[in-house]
Design a protein around this ligand. Sequence first.
Ligand SMILES: *[C@@H]1O[C@H](CO)[C@@H](O)[C@H](O)[C@H]1NC(C)=O
Ligand SMILES: *[C@@H]1O[C@H](CO)[C@@H](O)[C@H](O)[C@H]1NC(C)=O
Ligand SMILES: *[C@@H]1O[C@H](CO)[C@@H](O)[C@H](O)[C@H]1NC(C)=O
Ligand SMILES: *[C@@H]1O[C@H](CO)[C@@H](O)[C@H](O)[C@H]1NC(C)=O
Ligand SMILES: *[C@@H]1O[C@H](CO)[C@@H](O)[C@H](O)[C@H]1NC(C)=O
Ligand SMILES: *[C@@H]1O[C@H](CO)[C@@H](O)[C@H](O)[C@H]1NC(C)=O
Ligand SMILES: *[C@@H]1O[C@H](CO)[C@@H](O)[C@H](O)[C@H]1NC(C)=O
Length: 541
Amino acid sequence: MDFLRCESLLLFLCVIGCCAGQDILPDGPVDAVLGRDLVLATLFHEKPDYSFMIWSFNGGSEPVSVATLGATSGLTVNPDYEGRVSVNATNGYLSLTSLKSEDTGDYSFTIVSTKGVTKTAEIKLRVLKPVSDVVVRSDLPEAVEHNSTVTLTCSAQGSFLTFTWKNDSAPIKADGKRLTLKDEETSSTLTVSAVLRSDLIGPITCTAANKLEKETSAPFNLTVHYGPDKVVLSPPNSPQFIRSGSNFSLSCSASSSPAATFVWFRNQTAFEASGPVLTLEMIQKLGSGNQVEEYTCRAKNTKTQRSVSSLAVSFAVMDAVSGTRIIGPDVTLIAGNSTVNLSCQATAGTVKTRTWLKDGKPVSASSRLVFSADQSSIKIDPLQKEDGGQYTCQLANPINTDHASFNMVVNFGPEPAVVVGEEAVEVNDPVKLTCSASSVPPANFTWKFNGTVTPEKTAQYTIKTAVYKNTGMYTCEAHNAITGKTATYSHKLSVKEEGALDEGLSDGAIAGIIIAVLVALAAAIGLIVYCRQKVPVESPY
Ligand SMILES: *[C@@H]1O[C@H](CO)[C@@H](O)[C@H](O)[C@H]1NC(C)=O
Ligand SMILES: *[C@@H]1O[C@H](CO)[C@@H](O)[C@H](O)[C@H]1NC(C)=O
Ligand SMILES: *[C@@H]1O[C@H](CO)[C@@H](O)[C@H](O)[C@H]1NC(C)=O
Ligand SMILES: *[C@@H]1O[C@H](CO)[C@@H](O)[C@H](O)[C@H]1NC(C)=O
Ligand SMILES: *[C@@H]1O[C@H](CO)[C@@H](O)[C@H](O)[C@H]1NC(C)=O
Ligand SMILES: *[C@@H]1O[C@H](CO)[C@@H](O)[C@H](O)[C@H]1NC(C)=O
Ligand SMILES: *[C@@H]1O[C@H](CO)[C@@H](O)[C@H](O)[C@H]1NC(C)=O
């Protein structure tokens, strides 16, 4: 009965003490790591007045005594705690060694003074499992951008864990849409739907922590396959014609993970070429290319299963024109009697245009000059002297222009000969007669005097000092050895006595007089005709 009353009193005191007791224990809770040692401190700095100090424990069901320290009777330890606990006789600190999980709970401390005043306080202890084995795992070994939903699980050992995720150094936060986070006791799940290539290159780390400890996972990467993105053909444009055999190629690129594979198409038809570069050599090996055709490349990513085509580039392959030559006559050509045909050919290349020039100017058709339908030859019939000259034929295509020349020599003449020189000289005067006659090849000249051949063989006949017997007829004969034609011209010379030519009117004056007389005569005739028309003639009837 006494005991019961005492217990009730203690409980009553305890309730009072609880309310006033926090000046004997600090605020809790206290966290401690499993297996480690712990001291539960009181707030006493010096030895208080006490007859008993009592530590008890409530693990959730019933309170049990841990240890009681009597000022005179000494320490009494609950057998369950034997060897693990001690109470400092000076300040009442409770020491607990080798903490167990079951030590988690409420500890109460009661101090009974020598006067029987009792104070009680409580403090909560949490024994935490250490944080360990923090690992990030993915439910997928690799992912496909936009398609995959990736779930990363961070698991850890430990108690009272909280998890944080980081991408490189930036915290990952749930956005309620693509990114969701779900925490459980010993794991956290990060779910990324429609994953992007940038989401998980991180590296991603997960940190598990409790009050006392934290541990971070090893960096985690997940390969997110993507692409091919925009597929680019280079060069994006090309000339319409590419010179056959030249160093031309198309290259295709696309950003893609893993790297894309490339196949090529000509006019939408796949042709047997793969790889990022399509060379002209491959195009030519795989057939013509002589028409303007469209080339595209298609990039394919085997992981994402996506294929993307480039824009098209169009061109044709063309051979350069080479080996141009003119085939012309190899016989002697004579004006008025020859016909010629010049034809122009190339040994290689596709000729698109043919142009003929003579002495640098375009050749035009005429009644004597006709072009063949394809302009590859010209025919001149009959040949005339003005047809002689340098003929050039130009063969061109969009790649290049090649040309050849032919020098055409047209033999003709001599044309009518002319002698220029004095007609009358005084004795001892010099005489110089010049004969000319246009001719190809140049004519050979011979001179005759009064019908007798002279030794002179040039175009000029000279007499240093004239004598009377030089008077007579000088005939120049111009002869063309190729045409066989000869032209002659006779010139009269008279040698007169000294002074005979000084007087008299000059040739100019004589000409002036003659003209004046003619003009006067014409005026007179004109007047007469005029008068005849104006004056009415009487009818004879
Ligand atoms: C008890 O606590 C006092 C004061 O803090 C200290 O000096 C003393 O060494 C402690 N006693 C034991 C047995 O630990
Ligand atoms: C993650 O990826 C980055 C970039 O590809 C690389 O530099 C890093 O070494 C990777 N880390 C791990 C743990 O695979
Ligand atoms: C072809 O062109 C490329 C790039 O212009 C150059 O690197 C290469 O040496 C060239 N090859 C030949 C055979 O000229
Ligand atoms: C990705 O998603 C698209 C559209 O939903 C689908 O057509 C495609 O087959 C998917 N790709 C892969 C590799 O699963
Ligand atoms: C023109 O040619 C014909 C035949 O070749 C020849 O008989 C004739 O003599 C020639 N005439 C001239 C002026 O050369
Ligand atoms: C010139 O000769 C060639 C070959 O003999 C012939 O094919 C061509 O038609 C001739 N040209 C003309 C304009 O007659
Ligand atoms: C040449 O002929 C002319 C006229 O026909 C004559 O006057 C002259 O005496 C002749 N000269 C000679 C050297 O024969």
